[in-house]
Structure formats: C-alpha cells, structure tokens
Design a protein around this ligand. Structure first.
Ligand code: GDP
Ligand code: MN
Length: 432
C-alpha cells in the first residue's frame, strides 16, 4: 500500500505547510490549493516591511479607478506602477477577465493609471498560481515606479530539514525561481541561520555577495537582508519572499515584491497581524469549516473524503486514485472530536454539488470511533443523506462504533480497511 504517490503526496502536504518557495511542486493530479495559513496581501506585507526599516516604494492602496487616479497624482512620481492585489504570485504574466494582460503595469500618465485600474478592479486575474478562472481583484496598489537595473531573489523560510531558518537567494531574480532552480541550480544559494545566535554579519554579507551586489551596494543589501531576517523572527513568519529583491540605477536596494506567510501557532502573540487577515480569498466553505475547527480542501473529483489527519487524507486520496476514482474534497477533523462537528462536517461535504459519494476514513487514536459513529448516524438521518456512504473506522472503540452503524438501519456500507473502502466508494460512483 506504500505507493510512491502517497509518499509524494505526503511530502507535498508537508511542503505546503511550510510553503518553501523552492520546494512547492504543484501536483497536477491533486490540484491542491489549500489556504490554511495566514497570508497577507503585498501591500500589507510591505507596510510591515517599511515599518521595520526595509526599503519599499511609496504606495497607496485603492479600490476604485477614481481613487487610483487620485493616488497617482498624489504620488507625483516620474512613473507609476499599478499592481493587482491578490495572494497568488506570477501576477506580472497574468491575464484579467476584462482582457487586460498583466497584473503589474507601468505608466507615466495618471489618466492611463485610471484606465488600467478600471480594467483590473472587479475582474478576475488568472496567473500560473491561481485556479483557472482566476481570483477577483478588489484592491490595486498604486506605487511610485523605480527603474530596476538588476533583479535578484531572496527568501527566508523555516525549513524542516534544517530545523530552523534558511536564507535562499539567487542573483537571477524576478523570474520564476523554480525554473532557475531546475535549469541553473548553481545559481541558488542557501544559508542556514542559527535561530539562537541570529543572523551573523558575515552571513548577510556573503548572501549580498552571492546575489551579486557589489561595492557600496553590498553593505546596503546586507543591511536589508538583516532587517528582513529580524522582521521574519519578530512577526513569526514561516516565509518572507522578496522577488525581485532589486537594484536601481541610482544605487538603491529595494524590495519590489513581498510575500509573507505566518505560523498559525503564533496567532496568540501576533494579534495585530492576524487581525489583518480578511479571508476574502478563502472559499466560503473553507471559512465555514474553520468555524467548526475543521479543515476543508476542495478538489475536483466526486468522492468526498472525511478523515482525521493530513497523512490519512493523503493516503485516502492516493488510494482513491489507485482505484480509478477522484476525490471531491477532504474534510479533516482534528483531534478532540465532538458529535456536533461530525454533523457539521457532513453538512459541508454534502453541500458540494460535485459530491456523488462519501468516504469516511477515521483512525481512532485520540478520536473515539463511537462518537464518530453516533455523529454519522445523526447526520445521515437529519440531513437525509442521498449519496452512498462508505465508512471505514479503526482504532479506539471500533467494535462499539460498528455496532452503532449496523443497528442504525441506515444504508451505510462498512469497509474493513482502506483499500476496501476506496474500492466500495469508487464502485458506488461508477454505478451511477
Ligand atoms: P509578480 O509577478 O506577482 O511576482 O509581481 P512583481 O511585483 O514581482 O512584479 C512583476 C515584475 O514587474 C517584476 O519582476 C518587475 O520586473 C516588474 N516591476 C514591478 N515593479 C516595478 C517597478 O517599480 N519598476 C519596474 N521597472 N519594474 C517593476
Ligand atoms: Mn514577484
């Protein structure tokens, strides 16, 4: 049962949890686009950066074309750059549903700023990192454009394999860093940082040099790198990614883009930052799930998966694929489960019209299977479940749980193990 796909998928999930910019290989098969961690928009990240001595361009954030025009006038800059604010990267090469090409535009004319903003706000922007239909743009950043003489890449991230922070840099920035990693791995530089000692001057200098900053620019870049690291620590980030980390012809080192991810476990001490999360790009169903302490990940198949734990979710997904089916979603029930959560979980799973069968795969370690069984029977009755339900329970109190299901008189298909469960779920969909 230990298939390479399961291993790959497990790794994918772990990687996604940390979102290291170099490692995230988006799985074609899974189309996983979970948003389980706080992400801020570029303008919010840049505000944090500038508050902490990191160099960013002057900017305003607007949500109408008219405000964009006003902002452009107020900036009174030689040139203006407009940037659609969505959480995905690759905006520069994105396309709007209005037909406009490019989520990042430079212009010298405030009137053009207004016209461009009109074609951005309220339209979907699709990039390599968004779903096909794109993400609706609600805000646009209007910033003073600066000339860029060189684009480098810099990220600081928590790396599991290093048990701590790692700096990743490349003199070849601006572009898709995964491509650089694939074609020119020698142009990717990594530097592990001791979380107790903090970043050493020599490390910042070395990275600045690796990024190709020369002469007086080297000290300036090193100083920016140290400030970015200190910010990373201060705000409990799991990743700070600046691409491009650029150089201007006037000799300034500037962070032209910013992507910061945060550690959810630090929410209690980062209240101001977490309050900035507007969750507006979440699927409504994800937000609904979060209200009940459930994690929802939407996929594009037709078998709903109700599981506990990310590992079991991936194994379930894997085995459904292996048996010729496709998961519609995962709903991950955490540890301490209440019967009411099981009910809510079913309600959410069945609200997705793509769902043609439900597979419950719960391993009762901390979870008591009898509670799950009671929750399932209650949900089946109250929601008048119309799709086939296959249940595989294992672990704590499993015999009592199976009795509850059997005695319920409900059309629930029991499965002896994961393989059996997947086969039965796939068969129930195929029959339709
Ligand atoms: P992304 O495509 O979502 O990563 O958005 P970025 O903020 O990285 O912008 C994309 C590209 O636009 C950058 O790599 C730059 O080449 C260019 N760009 C962004 N801001 C400026 C600017 O102020 N001046 C110039 N000349 N180019 C910019
Ligand atoms: Mn970028």
């Amino acid at each position: 049962m230990a298939s390479p796909l399961a291993a790959q998928a497990g790794k994918l999930l772990r990687d996604l949890a940390l979102r290291p910019p170099l490692l995230v290989a988006r799985s074609q098969a899974l189309q996983l686009t979970p948003r389980r961690w706080l992400n801020l928009q570029e303008y919010q990240s840049k505000k944090l950066m500038s508050d902490n001595g990191v160099k960013v361009q002057r900017f305003f954030v607007v949500d109408t074309a008219n405000e964009a025009l006003e902002a452009a006038k107020r900036l009174n800059a030689k040139e203006i750059v407009l940037k659609a604010q969505i959480l995905a990267g690759g905006r520069g090469k994105g396309v709007f549903s209005s037909g406009l090409k490019g989520g990042v535009h430079l212009t010298k004319d405030p009137k053009v700023v207004e016209q461009l903003a009109k074609q951005m706000i309220g339209y979907n922007l699709a990039t390599k990192q968004t779903p096909k239909e794109g993400v609706k743009v609600k805000k646009v950043m209007v910033a003073e454009a600066l000339d860029i003489s060189r684009e480098t890449y810099l990220a600081i991230l928590m790396d599991r394999s290093c048990n701590g922070p790692v700096m990743v840099g490349s003199p070849q920035g601006g572009v898709d860093i995964e491509e650089v990693a694939a074609s020119n791995p020698e142009l990717i530089f990594k530097e592990q940082i001791d979380i107790i000692e903090g970043i050493k001057d020599s490390q910042a200098q070395q990275m600045a040099e690796n990024l190709g900053f020369l002469g007086p620019l080297k000290n300036q870049a090193a100083d920016q790198i140290k400030k970015l690291y200190n910010l990373f620590l201060k705000i409990d980030a799991t990743q700070v990614e600046v691409n491009p980390f650029g150089e201007t012809p006037e000799g300034q080192v500037v962070c032209f883009d910013a992507k910061i991810n945060f550690d959810d476990n630090a929410e209690f001490r980062q209240k101001d930052i977490f309050a900035m999360d507007d969750k507006s790009e979440n699927e409504p169903i994800e937000n609904e799930a979060a209200r009940y302490d459930l994690k929802y990940i939407g996929l594009d198949g037709n078998i709903a998966c109700f599981v506990n734990g990310a590992g079991l979710a991936m194994a379930t997904c894997d085995i459904i694929f292996l048996n010729g089916g496709k998961p519609a979603n995962f709903l991950d029930l955490g540890g301490g489960v209440k019967e009411s959560q099981v009910y809510q979980a079913f309600k959410l799973l069945t609200s997705d019209p793509k769902v043609e069968a439900i597979l419950v795969n719960i391993f009762g370690g901390i979870v008591n299977c009898a509670i799950i069984a009671n929750g399932i029977t209650k949900a089946c009755r109250e929601l008048e479940l119309k799709v086939p339900l296959v249940v595989r329970l294992e672990g704590t109190n499993v015999h009592e749980a199976q009795n509850i299901l059997k005695c319920s008189g409900l059309p629930i298909t029991s499965a002896v193990d994961l393989e059996d469960a997947a086969k039965k779920a796939v068969a129930s969909v195929a029959k339709k």
